[in-house]
Design a protein. Structure first.
Length: 207
């Protein structure tokens, strides 16, 4: 009985160690590709395109496609939404930090509720999972797909309209490219050159 317990615990430790090594390799791969934003999104669009081609060729699994579209829409809205909702700040104390609303205030970059890398990673994972589900006939639920398409378009328009109105009301943009340039600074980022005539000359009396 003791040998059987030791064998089972040994198998469990081996499996857990294998999963740990696999997760470490996956994390290292994700860390390596993090700087390559353009290449990552091109790969994500290719995966989504392959999924759509498979759905068109199979003429089925429309409910999986609809669920994937709704999930991607929620991810996109979270990507456009600030981490701290300005609507909630109206009910908080005014002494706390807030987003700048004037040009002469301190610059603060836009902080997303869902960061770009997590957005990309969720899109890739969900699309790969959807492709995997298309290999099982169990998930091919018969539905009238034009209704799903129409409902998704209506939901997309309503959601995006609400998000755009939220952006207009609280005056923020979900994209921050670089820190704004202020007047009086050289565009090259270098200090201005002072003419020699304006440089004071210090003379010493030689005794």
């Amino acid at each position: 009985m003791q040998d059987f317990t030791n064998d089972s615990s040994g198998h469990q430790s081996t499996i857990s160690l294998a999963f740990l090594r696999l997760s470490q390799k996956l994390q290292k791969f994700l860390d390596d590709i993090t700087p390559f934003r353009t290449a990552r999104w091109i790969a994500a669009f290719v995966i989504v395109f392959l999924f759509m081609i498979r759905i068109i060729m199979l003429q089925g699994w429309y409910i999986i496609t609809y669920a994937l579209g709704i999930y991607h829409l929620n991810l996109f809205i979270a990507f456009l939404t600030p981490k701290i909702d300005p609507a909630m700040e109206e009910y908080e104390d005014d002494s706390g930090p807030s987003l700048p609303t004037r040009a002469n205030e301190e610059f603060r970059p836009f902080i997303r509720r869902l960061p770009e890398f997590k957005f990309w990673y969720s899109v890739v994972k969900s699309t790969l999972l959807s492709i995997f589900l298309t290999f099982f006939q169990l998930f091919d639920v018969p539905v009238f797909w034009p209704i799903l398409v129409l409902y998704f378009i209506i939901l997309f328009c309503i959601t995006m309209k609400r998000q755009i109105m939220h952006m207009i009301r609280y005056r923020y943009l979900p994209f921050t490219h670089s820190k704004p340039k202020y007047q009086g600074h050289d565009e090259s980022g270098k200090l201005p050159i002072i003419p020699e005539k304006l440089v004071p000359v210090v003379t010493q009396n030689v005794t």
